[in-house]
Design a protein around this ligand. Structure first.
Ligand SMILES: [Zn+2]
Length: 164
């Protein structure tokens, strides 16, 4: 008669048996980046395609720069008509050239190498300052950039302040 004591609510776990086990197994890669969350896979593929194009361009650009540097290095001493000075003169020219090269081209070559390295290890196109993705158009226009436009602008403003 009084068998109602065992309340029906006592037998728990009836409804939550299977439904929760299928919780999205598609664990997204942990991304701590603020702004890449909305990016979808399709977009990333497009982006990667473009990045590979950029990589090709960078490799070519680097090779061209190195070749130009070499040609310049080789041609200068040979044209000098100072057999007496010979080694000394060419050494000086080398030094001057390397100094000049160190300034602009070498910096650029280094940047290019760094960019290629980043492409290869998958960190390319991420702003070094804020960790956000750098716009693909910006990357295409300035493939060696390491900052998004916002951070770059900020940095430039800070530099202006420092220089002033
Ligand atoms: Zn940034």
């Amino acid at each position: 008669m009084a068998t109602k004591k065992k309340s029906p609510g006592g037998t728990k776990g009836k409804k939550s048996s299977k439904s929760t086990t299928k919780k999205r197994t598609t664990t997204k890669k942990k991304s701590t980046k603020r702004c890449s969350e909305a990016k979808e896979n399709k977009k990333i593929t497009d982006r990667e395609k473009i990045i590979q194009e950029i990589r090709k361009r960078l490799v070519e650009q680097k090779e061209k720069l190195l070749q130009e540097a070499e040609t310049a290095l080789n041609s200068l001493p040979e044209e000098s008509a100072f057999p007496d000075l010979g080694d000394q003169a060419s050494a000086e020219i080398d030094k001057n050239f390397m100094l000049r090269l160190r300034g602009r081209e070498q910096k650029l070559i280094k940047k290019i190498e760094l960019a290629i390295e980043k492409i290869d290890n998958g960190t390319y196109g991420i702003c070094e300052v804020c960790g956000c993705e750098i716009g693909i158009k910006r990357l295409e226009a300035r493939p060696v950039t390491t900052m998004c436009i916002d951070c770059k602008t900020e940095q430039e403003e800070e530099e202006k302040l420092l220089e002033a």
